[in-house]
Design a protein around this ligand. Structure first.
Ligand code: NAD
Ligand code: MG
Length: 391
């Protein structure tokens, strides 16, 4: 029996993970679950999966959850806050940790799982973007098993030689595919008018709102370029982004002999999640078999960096090194939240990120404290810019 902890259990990835776990009751049990605010959802998950520990984002939410669980006769220990998240991520009885908290909030708990030598199923790409060197060092030093859950990185991982996952022998390029999001063909002059709901209406994937907006700006692909750099040791000029509107080819690896290996499947995160849970074995994920005839033509195009300035900003940040990726990520989180709240326009997201990247950064990339200082400084700068922005 493998014991699984899910950080961010109530999110899109968290729910898909529980769906895969549910299909294999003799193979996986749930050790701990976390949620930020959604007491109802976490209570229902606890009643079904009976974890030993549960963590909420506030004392109030934890009290409410505890009341519900006790009334139902459950003994689950309920805690709250960041140190409790780190504690369940590193807990002795846990074998695998699904790191599926969205944004920088996931960094410390994801890192705690790596430092405890766990099997880390990493969906929280922001953790790697912010502190890639520190994260990868922790994985090596503590002999953690890092399995990428982001569909593109999971595809690349599957296409690399099993004994050589860090892009060594014979790899010439990593080809990251991108759907292009909901605005791939929309007249760029009308982009300033799009609403949060339009931005979140992804054509192929069903995801949380933050990553959905990131997909619409293609900042998501930018974050994934940085993520690929750290996961596979690939420099920026060996990572290529290709628009592939069908989202059937999840990414590819090109070798020096001309071979290109691809991983294909329906766009459903339960495939990479099942892969991460069972690796190196394969289990049923609940995903429908791929019907290539029904999928029709598979199309590939170069991305338009003018339509998607966030993608260019992410490549710039990767090349700038240091804390630039952490600054990019923090400014983006603030700007996306402001857009979702209706405070700024869609096109302002890239402006805010670009302006913050131009300012002198705080902190340094050598330590977690330095990275968190860069993150906090960039958030302050972004909020300052937003204060000056017309609503
Ligand atoms: P989501 O918004 O659906 O869920 C986020 C989860 O994180 C929720 O359980 C929420 O309670 C928790 N959370 C939010 N803020 C928190 C905070 N401050 N502290 C603690 N917990 C907090 O997001 P999602 O779409 O499931 O994405 C989760 C992560 O996985 C993101 O990093 C995203 O980039 C990555 N990812 C998602 C997909 C996808 O298909 N959804 C694909 C690839 C990668
Ligand atoms: Mg992805």
């Amino acid at each position: 029996m493998h014991r699984v902890t899910i950080l961010g259990a109530t999110g899109s990835i968290g729910e898909s993970t529980l769906d895969v776990v549910r299909r294999h009751p003799g193979r996986y049990s749930v050790h701990a679950l976390s949620a930020h605010r959604q007491v109802d959802k976490l209570a229902a998950q606890c009643l079904e999966f009976r974890p030993e520990r549960a963590v909420m984002g506030s004392a109030e939410a934890a009290r409410e959850l505890e009341g519900r669980l006790r009334a139902a006769g459950l003994k689950t220990v309920v805690e709250w806050g960041e140190s409790a998240l780190e504690s369940i991520a590193a807990d002795g009885p846990t074998d695998a940790v699904m790191a599926a908290i969205v944004g920088a909030a996931g960094l410390r708990p994801s890192l705690a799982a790596a430092r405890a030598g766990k099997r880390v199923l990493l969906a929280n790409k922001e953790a790697l973007v912010m502190s890639g060197a520190i994260f990868m060092d922790a994985v090596r030093e503590h002999r953690a098993t890092l399995l990428p859950i982001d569909s593109e990185h999971n595809a690349i991982f599957q296409c690399l030689p099993a004994d050589d996952p860090r892009c060594q022998g014979g790899v010439s390029r990593v080809l990251l595919t991108a759907s292009g999001g909901p605005f791939r063909t929309r007249d760029p002059h009308t982009l300033h008018d799009v609403t949060p709901d339009q931005a979140c209406a992804h054509p192929n994937w069903s995801m949380g709102r933050k990553i959905s907006v990131d997909s619409a700006t293609m900042m998501n692909k930018g974050l994934e370029v940085i993520e690929a750099h750290w996961l596979f040791g690939a420099p920026a000029d060996r990572i290529e982004v290709l628009i592939h509107p069908q989202s059937i080819v999840h990414s590819m690896v090109a070798y020096t002999d001309g071979s290109v290996l691809a991983q294909l499947g329906n766009p459903d995160m339960r495939t990479p999640i099942a892969y991460g849970l069972a690796y190196p074995e394969r289990i049923d994920s609940g995903v429908a078999p791929l019907d290539l005839v029904k999928a029709g033509s598979l199309v590939f195009e170069h991305p338009d960096f003018e339509r998607f300035p966030c993608l260019a900003l992410a490549f710039d940040a990767l090349r700038a090194e240091g804390v630039a990726p952490a600054v990019l990520n923090a400014a983006n989180e603030v700007a996306v939240e402001a857009f979702l709240q209706g405070a700024i326009r869609f096109t302002d997201i890239a402006h805010v990120v670009a302006r913050v990247l131009e300012l002198p950064a705080e902190g340094d990339a050598a330590s977690l404290e330095g990275v968190l200082a860069a993150d906090a400084g960039a958030r302050r700068q972004a909020h300052k810019l937003l204060g000056a922005q017309p609503a």
